[in-house]
Structures are given as C-alpha cells and as structure tokens.
Design a protein around this ligand. Structure first.
Ligand code: ATP
Length: 234
C-alpha cells in the first residue's frame, strides 16, 4: 500500500534520513522505533508531504506522492494524527471534528462519519459542545484520532499517540488503534512506548541516526538482544 524506495531527506545541508526502504501492506500495523533524534518525525513528515525528500520515491496505492502537495495526499486517504492531538483550542469538540472532514472524499458523508466517531468515542459525544482547550490530555488525543478519521482515511500515521497519557488511557488509545485495523485501516505507528508498540504491531522498523538498522516481525524483534537492551531495558 505504501512503499518508500531509497528516500533521503535533508534539513539544509544536514541529512536526516539515509536511503530509507520501507513498505506497508494493507491492514497491517507497522511501528517505527527509534530513540530521540533518530528521524521518526522526519520520516512521517516526509511521507505526508510536509517535508520533501531530496531523492528517492514514495508510492501510495500505486500513485507517486513524493512530489504531491500535503492536502492532495490527504485526499488520497492518508491521515496524520499529530503528537498531543494539537486541536484548535478555541473551537468545540464537534467543530474540531467537522474541520477534519474538509477533503472532498469525506465532505458529503460527514454526518454519518461523525455518528460513527461518536460511537467509537462516547466521551467525545458527551463533550461535543465543550471547548477543546478544556479537554484532558487523553481526550485531546481521542479528538485528534477522531478528527483524522473524519477525513475517511485508508491509512493512518500516528505520531506518539501515548505520549504523556496515563496508563489506563494509553490502553484505551491502543484498543482504538486495534479497532481501526479491524475495520481495514492500515496503521503506521511511531511510539516511545516500545513494549506496547511491539505488542500491537505486526512488523517494526528500527531507525537509528536516520538509517533503518533492523526490521522484521515484532515477535522476532522482541527476542533480539539489541532491541531488548536498547529499547526494552532488559
Ligand atoms: P524525537 O523522538 O525526539 O521526536 P525523532 O526520531 O522524531 O526524535 P526527528 O525530529 O525526525 O527525530 O529529527 C531527526 C534529526 O533531524 C535530528 O538530528 C534533528 O535535530 C534534525 N531536525 C529535525 N527537524 C529539523 C529542522 N527543522 N531543522 C534542522 N534539523 C532538524
């Protein structure tokens, strides 16, 4: 569904991604592991078109997207759920959700999608009229997921969805991610919580200093000494 071939990305003269080859199949959950500064956000922003790669190709459902504008990439069904949710703080929960339906592919069916999202997140329904500014961290994260889903994505990229959340809320967020996959949505997950990420994902890529150093099924990677020492602390 998504394929990156020999992607290199620079910030000015500094290279942040080196020859990245990566592929994600339909309805997979793939996690990207890496310590601070490894290049995870750069990778995500390169896929969503916010940063342009300096060389290499990115193909999404057969379309080259590495030269396409970010809003056009969203139209193809690729959604990015930002870290911390980043809602429009002075808008209500419902207004924030409605803002997510701006792609043409989502506009007409937005009433039905909103209903589905309220079923998935009853807490957002209870707080439909509340200003986003006053939501808890967990609720903001749920709002971000809901807003992303309003664009009717087929592929969702999550940037640190559990960051700063209490363990019980983290479990809820991970349950939602599982549900989305059951509905056929493909997931790319960037997570600091390596243990949880390896438990939920099918496959993982390990990014170190802008390079992929390890990849494979999560069950296998959990046994890797490098992963256990560097990421799991065991
Ligand atoms: P973290 O987990 O800390 O968010 P990350 O894996 O997401 O880290 P990136 O934010 O992608 O890492 O950063 C990768 C490298 O690119 C780092 O060395 C960082 O300093 C550099 N970098 C990121 N953004 C910029 C920028 N706007 N200008 C210059 N260098 C940048």
């Amino acid at each position: 569904m998504l394929e990156l071939e020999k992607i290199n990305t620079h910030y000015g003269s500094i290279q942040s991604l080196w020859d990245i080859n990566l592929n994600i199949r339909k309805a997979e959950i793939v996690t990207i592991l890496g310590s601070n500064g490894a290049g995870k956000s750069t990778l995500l922003n390169t896929i969503s078109g916010i940063i342009r790669p300096t060389s290499g190709t990115i193909t999404f459902e057969g379309n080259r997207i590495d030269t396409v504008m970010p809003h056009q990439i969203i139209e193809l069904g690729l959604a990015q759920i930002p870290e911390g949710g980043r809602p429009f703080l002075d808008m209500s929960v419902q207004e924030n959700l409605e803002m997510g339906a701006y792609p043409a592919r989502a506009w007409r069916s937005q009433k039905d999608t909103l209903k589905e999202i309220y079923e998935l997140f009853p807490r957002l329904k209870e707080r439909a009229g509340q200003m986003a500014r006053t939501l808890s961290g967990g609720e903001k994260q749920m709002l971000a997921i809901g807003r992303g889903l309003m664009s009717k994505p087929v592929f969702c990229m999550f940037d640190e969805p559990s960051y700063g959340l209490a363990p019980i809320i983290v479990s809820e967020v991970f349950q939602i991610i599982k549900k989305l996959r059951e509905r056929g949505i493909t997931i790319m997950l960037i997570e600091q919580n390596v243990k949880r990420a390896l438990e939920i994902a099918d496959r993982a890529y390990v990014l170190e200093n802008g390079r992929i150093t390890l990849q494979g099924p999560c069950q296998e990677l959990m046994q890797s000494d490098h992963i256990r020492q560097a990421f799991l602390g065991i």
